[in-house]
Design a protein around this ligand. Sequence first.
Ligand SMILES: NC(=O)c1ccc[n+]([C@@H]2O[C@H](COP(=O)([O-])OP(=O)(O)OC[C@H]3O[C@@H](n4cnc5c(N)ncnc54)[C@H](O)[C@@H]3O)[C@@H](O)[C@H]2O)c1
Ligand SMILES: [Zn+2]
Length: 356
Amino acid sequence: MKTKILTSSRVSAFAKLNRLLSGVSYRDAQKFIIVDANTYENCIPLLISRVEALEGASFFEVPVGEEAKSIEVAGQLWQALLESGADRDSVIVNLGGGTVCDIGGFVAAGFKRGIRYINVPTTLLAMVDAAIGGKTAVNLNGVKNQVGFFHSPQSVCICPDFLETLPDEELVSGLFEMFKTLALSDKDMYKSLSDTIVSDADLDMDTLKLFIEHCAGFKTSVVDSDPTEKSVRKILNFGHTFGHGIESYSSEIGKPLSHGIAIGVGMACELYLSHKKLGISREVLEDYCKILTHLVGIPKYKLRDAEKILSYMRADKKNRDGLILCVLLRDFAEPVIDVPIDENEVRDALLQIAKF
Ligand SMILES: NC(=O)c1ccc[n+]([C@@H]2O[C@H](COP(=O)([O-])OP(=O)(O)OC[C@H]3O[C@@H](n4cnc5c(N)ncnc54)[C@H](O)[C@@H]3O)[C@@H](O)[C@H]2O)c1
Ligand SMILES: [Zn+2]
């Protein structure tokens, strides 16, 4: 099933969502909105005031952040749905960042073997990435996304107005997933965003909206051509082989990095290996490290950090036959999937990035 992406063009994304939910296939469906405490406070008033069809919907609140993505929270939500009389025609609306979209999608995928859901992303990261594509998951034993389903949302309603209340750190997190998508798709847009960031120029809302639409559109087209990640969809994992290891390790040591920032660091490692193994120019790597330094700084990993990150990377879902596989770039918009890397290359990349 192809997901419909609702953005604001002539008609606002909210108006489109309202029309959809008032239509014959949703009018009589029970509606459940999943939020976390922050989106309940900051985003519900806007959503409910603009989408009348959601008046009277039931709310379920999940913990903020990665804690929401657990099998225990999923169990509580399934129980709550049952107690509220949800049936196979019910619809879940996920109002939040990637964590709310991931757990809400997971719950929708499992409930009565799959019910409909709609994502209303409220973080930049979710607007350009997490809300789109139908990958749903929970974490297990501290390892990210170990249990999940492919189950596509019926629609994704992208409304950048929600970003007004998003903390700066979360905007930065989303910027890294945007850089990832632009590196995969459009060198000129990548350079333009990079220049804006590194020169501290203002990123005005209209320009940001154009970037969001480009990234959401690119992800949608990739996912539509390979919904279950057998081939081309794998390119979207650029930065993520290292990034997931870095993200899990940062939580283990009690200094959790947000998903996007961990991916930002992972991209530096993978660009380093792209330079070493596939010959992407050193300038691309250096310029990217300037962006990373500017936005968050580059971690100075020691060998013992690298060993821990490596141990998480050995558990990565993308590995085959004991090999760690990465997406590397030959150049902008020229990704190469399934590049095997050995453990010394992992250590080397983690230790070297601080030198750029
Ligand atoms: N399924 C996918 O394809 C996919 C892709 C990328 C990332 N992800 C997942 O997404 C998650 C990260 O998503 P995220 O970065 O959006 O994190 P998040 O959902 O934890 O949101 C970040 C923080 O911002 C708050 N927040 C959200 N919207 C707000 C708003 N408008 N105003 C104020 N506060 C707001 C949240 O409560 C939270 O504290 C990770 O678990 C990652 O694995 C999934
Ligand atoms: Zn990601």
